[in-house]
Design a protein around this ligand. Structure first.
Ligand SMILES: Nc1ncnc2c1ncn2[C@@H]1O[C@H](COP(=O)(O)OP(=O)(O)OP(=O)(O)O)[C@@H](O)[C@H]1O
Ligand SMILES: [Mg+2]
Length: 686
């Protein structure tokens, strides 16, 4: 088989004196007048994987085939909405053991095509056909058979490499099929294969905390996908941001894994060097949403040359292909010229592909390999296949039952363990919670220290409960909104690959966050209670503490509900602040609860802070004896009179407790449902 350099050099020899890619192509072709050269190399698989047909049971057919994929989105241009087509009738297929490199200029539609192939496209209109093992994809099955490695590495920065891959194994590998030991062994083998053994105990890290390198992080992302033993790997720009050595290593590893495991991989890479190019069995070139070429890299050079675009000597073929396929914005003439060039290439390839290599998916997408054609120059380029009528045979063996889900309790246990680890290791969060508790304890404890039983203590008592109510709501919202958003991207990505149920995710968040919120709040609540010298009876302390605690649970539910509805942290924190401000305004402290305008008075009844505050104030004042001083014009000797004066007797303490408890349940159910609804992947399937 000829190497890429040889191909490049032979092609350039034959065209010495022609313009280089970067110098423009205007004189090298005649639009639509050049006869099509009889290249039938596209749709060919490289020699090595001709024999590869293991592991995924395709019986010789492609693992994934796609036909005439067209994708459009609604866009606004010049104040008018119209449909913009991003993919124009793209067809192709990928076989087990094969690595397909998806190349094209920026904005060509590479990520869009990858998303369509991986079943991860949302919004817009998708037409065409995608078959997995010759059959229509079953979302639940397909999602778990494809590992999608996104461009951004979405992982918990505080977990180690080994923990990250181990959690993926624990969450996605069924307990019935894999024992704990087998999972550990699998993780170890993935770590070894990805050459991550030396950093397995290092944290992933982020901008603030140094962790593993960019290349290692990318390999961990691949490991997370690999550990579930997928049939196909889809990678979007796995080399972006990496130096050339790390980038080469990633691409080579993907090739090795693809071959050793007999899976199929498709990846986009910006500017692959010739070593990386050699790792691709076939190139899929797209420009402006059109398929420009699909076949081996070697044949690509020949093909482009046959169309009047010879690859100059010593130019990296990948750079050359991208140059030829790019729009040139330097001048209107050059732009027009490049548009015509791309249209020519797209049309040429479409016409060349049509009569001979078109996939007929109605036959199940099967290709029967033909012996090399007489035109085949013996370069190792295979001839294209033809359709076989008995193709459905291999598709029949496909396993369409979704991989078994892991046990609900085991899933919950795993998520709780992961949430505990990430929360405890999240130092800024832990310190924020700790500092908040101690500072509130000291500030309020000293401010209201020994408030006594004078009539003047009425204001202090009321102010104390107001401060406690405010802190429990503002504090909880700001802390937990932040930690929730930190894990939201990971959750969305994991939900996209069907990792776990929303019920376990939600319960795990409550199980881990609530005790931290509750215990840290109890520290200052109880401390302040006794520093201030409020009524000491156990029943009173317990009642106020319970009302305060249930208010925390309501706040947590509302925080998660806002977080699920609103996609950005900035907006969600503004909305949370508005909600808490409303609660506080209508909480019964700032304005007398019985004196509000009818038009807004209803708002106090939807404020959980109102019930918690009213309940706590009533608990404290009921039975309280106040000392009336001589010559004091106004004297309320009984705490009950104070409650009446402030109109905080609209509900009994018991009613307040029941209403706040009901709100806690209702808000959490609503938060769970909205999270479930919003985080449900709404992917388009064809
Ligand atoms: N949902 C969408 N709404 C509007 N335009 C979109 C949408 N998705 C993609 N596009 C547009 O479609 C084109 C192709 O996008 P895509 O992200 O697939 O390009 P790409 O080849 O991956 O580019 P890059 O190399 O820069 O990552 C771009 O012009 C992009 O702006
Ligand atoms: Mg992209």
């Amino acid at each position: 088989m000829l190497g890429l350099q040889n191909m490049a050099s032979s092609s350039s020899d034959s065209s010495s004196g022609s313009s280089s890619a970067s110098q423009g192509f205007s004189s090298t072709y005649e639009f639509m007048e050049q006869p099509l050269s009889p290249i039938d190399s596209f749709n060919q698989r490289s020699e090595h994987n001709k024999t590869l047909d293991k592991g995924v049971g395709t019986g010789g057919g492609p693992l994934l085939s796609w036909e005439n994929l067209t994708y459009s989105v609604k866009v606004r241009e010049k104040k008018k909405m119209h449909m913009r087509t991003i993919l124009h009738g793209i067809s192709g297929e990928i076989y087990p053991g094969e690595v397909v490199g998806l190349l094209g200029p920026s904005g060509a539609g590479k990520t869009t095509l990858l998303n369509v192939l991986a079943g991860r496209i949302e919004g817009g209109v998708l037409n065409g056909k995608v078959l997995f093992r010759g059959k229509k994809r079953v979302p639940g099955v397909f999602r778990r058979k494809v590992a999608y490695v996104e461009q951004e590495d979405v992982m918990f920065p505080m977990l180690t490499v080994e923990e990250t891959i181990m959690f993926a194994a624990r969450l996605r590998l069924s307990n019935k099929q894999y024992s704990q030991l087998q999972k550990v062994e699998r993780v170890a083998s993935v770590i070894q294969q990805l050459r991550l053994s030396h950093v397995k105990s290092s944290p992933i890290g982020d901008n603030l905390n140094r962790g593993v390198s960019g290349g290692e992080k990318k390999r961990v992302s691949i490991g997370v996908g690999m550990v579930t033993d997928p049939d196909m790997l889809v990678l979007d720009e796995p080399t972006s941001g990496l130096d050339s050595n790390s980038a080469e290593m990633v691409v080579e590893l993907v090739r090795d894994i693809t071959r050793s495991r007999g899976i199929a991989s498709v990846m986009t890479v910006h500017q692959p060097n010739s070593n990386m190019l050699r790792c691709f069995d076939r190139l899929l070139l797209v420009s402006q949403g059109h398929l420009v070429y699909f076949g081996s890299a070697e044949a690509a050079i020949q093909y482009f040359e046959s169309k009047g675009f010879p690859c100059p000597l010593r130019q990296n073929p990948a750079d050359f292909f991208i140059d030829v396929m790019s729009l040139n914005n330097r001048s209107p003439e050059e732009l027009e010229e490049s548009r015509r060039r791309i249209a020519f290439l797209a049309q040429s390839f479409g016409e060349a592909m049509h009569p001979t290599a078109k996939l007929s998916l109605s036959y199940g997408g099967m290709y029967e390999k033909m012996p090399a054609s007489p035109q085949d120059p013996g370069t190792g380029i295979l001839t294209h296949g033809t359709l076989s009528g008995s193709a459905l045979e291999w598709g029949m063996t496909a396993d369409e039952t979704p991989p078994e889900r892991i046990n609900w309790f085991y899933e919950l246990q795993t998520l709780i363990y992961r949430d505990i680890l990430t929360t405890v290791r999240h130092l800024s969060f832990a310190s924020a919670v700790g500092i908040n508790s101690i500072s509130v304890l000291l500030l309020l404890g000293l401010l209201f220290y020994k408030i006594g039983n004078e009539v003047t203590s009425i204001q202090n008592r009321i102010g104390l409960f107001f401060s406690l109510t405010m802190n429990s709501t503002y504090g909880i919202m700001s802390h937990y909104l932040y930690v929730y958003f930190k894990s939201k991207d990971i959750m969305l990505s994991e939900r996209g690959s069907g990792s776990y149920r929303m019920s376990t995710f939600y319960i795990s968040k409550l199980v881990v966050y609530l005790p931290i919120a509750v215990l840290s709040s109890w520290v200052y609540f109880i401390g302040i209670y006794f520093m201030a010298g409020l009524q000491p009876g156990a029943a009173k302390v317990f009642t106020s503490l319970m009302l305060f605690t249930v208010l925390l649970v309501v706040t947590m539910g509302v925080t998660l509900m806002v977080g699920s509805f609103i996609s950005t942290y900035d907006l969600a924190s503004v909305v949370c602040a508005m909600i808490v401000t409303t609660w506080v305004i209508f909480g019964g402290h700032l304005a007398n609860a019985g004196e509000l305008l009818a038009v807004i008075s209803w708002m106090q009844y939807i404020s959980p802070a109102f019930y918690a505050y009213e309940g706590m104030v009533a608990t404290e004042f009921n039975g309280l004896k106040l000392h009336c001083q001589a010559n004091n014009g106004l004297c309320m000797a009984r705490g009950e009179d104070v409650v009446k004066l402030y109109k905080l007797d609209q509900f009994t303490v018991g009613q307040c407790a029941v209403i706040v408890f009901g709100m806690a349940v209702a808000y959490n159910v609503l938060a769970y449902m909205s999270l479930r609804w919003k985080a449900k992947p709404k992917y388009l399937w064809v």
